[in-house]
Design a protein around this ligand. Structure first.
Ligand SMILES: O=C(O)c1ccc[n+]([C@@H]2O[C@H](COP(=O)([O-])O)[C@@H](O)[C@H]2O)c1
Ligand SMILES: Cc1cc2nc[nH]c2cc1C
Length: 332
């Protein structure tokens, strides 16, 4: 735990020399300054974290981390637990939404079943993970990050994990189960109220251990959430910018924002999920989503859909002519 805490404390900073070079080059491109809006900032973000003034997004990985959750025994999701394993099989056979999005976005898809899909402990009765399991799941996430990657998209699959994510958010940011519990895969109003009460019971059970972001993720999170956290940390050390997906993925990364003042600066929020807590979480983290399409699927689907935006931003930065090259007159 101490080594992990040190890693989080020592996260490398952005390359502001590359950033200045990009800003200077961008100002000479054949467009009114600022007219590419958020794409301009997106290209600078990619360059800052890839440590280059000519960023790339040719080699893009989508990693879907899958895990199971003991808290499902509390009736917090309308779907059978076995769907996690069945969907992993579906990912491997090319039949899920993320397979189609990965193909359209020309990204490599990797599926990792964390801890062989063994469920965590039920967080209302015990810590979701003991320390060795938490660290092993986190290391699984770190090891899944390849070095030959320009851009990393993270996603998850886990029946019950919207309860784990909501509990993590409640412990990190306050507000209790009622603020963070959402419909997940399709709960009705009574189901959401029950889910909020289950979260409140877990918070009460672990109260004295919830003062530290890593302890919060261990007690209330899940194997795939820990793996996502590990992947976000590894990407920072390998100069790889990260696209986060929906509510669960963002909640898994959120502890890093509390462990380091710029812990999530190398990540962008790909979209705002329809899951109620995601907008609250984006606001708490100061992240603004690139897309808002009403998605609430997970699997890395929103992150996959944002890949063409990053590619377009970089293509404009690196491919456009300058005013001098194109002999276009500059503003008077
Ligand atoms: O990405 C999101 O914002 C999102 C919102 C709601 C549900 N999900 C997915 O649905 C599953 C969790 O829902 P639940 O109801 O079983 O907790 C899990 O596999 C997630 O990938 C994902
Ligand atoms: C069918 C199904 C597909 C999913 N993909 C991500 N979460 C999911 C949850 C369910 C239930």
């Amino acid at each position: 735990m101490a080594a992990l805490r040190q890693l989080c404390h020592d996260l490398p900073p952005p390359d502001m020399t590359a950033d200045a070079a990009i800003a200077s080059h961008d100002s000479q491109l054949t467009k009114p300054p600022g007219s590419l809006g958020q794409l301009e900032e997106l290209a600078r973000w990619a360059g800052q974290w890839q440590h280059t003034d000519r960023p790339r997004a040719e080699r893009v990985d989508i990693i879907v981390f899958a895990g199971n959750h003991g808290v499902t025994t509390q009736g917090v999701t309308p779907w059978p637990v076995d769907v996690t394993r069945q969907m992993v099989e579906n990912f491997r056979n090319g039949g899920a939404a993320i397979n189609q999005i990965a193909r359209i976005s020309a990204a490599r898809l990797h599926v990792v079943d964390v801890e062989a899909l063994r469920p965590t402990a039920d967080m209302t009765r015990a810590p979701a993970m003991d320390e060795p399991t938490f660290l092993r799941a986190l290391a699984t996430g770190m090891q899944a990050v390849r070095t030959d990657t320009d851009l990393l998209c993270l996603g998850e699959m886990g029946i019950g994990n919207s309860t784990a994510a909501a509990a993590v958010c409640a412990a990190l940011f306050g507000g209790g189960g009622a603020k963070w519990a959402g419909r997940g895969t399709g709960l009705d109003d009574a189901g959401v109220r029950h889910k909020a009460a289950v979260i409140d019971r877990a918070l009460a059970r672990h109260g004295s251990h919830l003062s530290d972001p890593l302890a919060i993720l261990r007690h209330l999170g899940g194997h795939e959430l820990a793996a996502i956290m590990g992947a976000v940390i590894a990407a920072r050390y390998r100069n790889i910018p990260v696209l986060l997906d929906g509510f669960i993925c963002t909640a898994a990364a959120a502890p890093l924002a509390l462990l380091h003042p710029h812990g999530l600066a190398h990540t962008r929020l790909s979209h705002c999920s329809a899951e109620g807590g995601h907008a609250h979480l984006a606001a708490a983290l100061g992240l603004s989503p690139l897309l808002d399409l009403g998605l609430r699927l997970g699997e890395g689907s929103g992150a996959g859909l944002a890949i063409p935006l990053v590619r377009s931003a970089i293509a404009c930065l690196c491919g456009m002519a300058t005013f001098a090259q194109a002999r276009v007159s500059e503003k008077e």
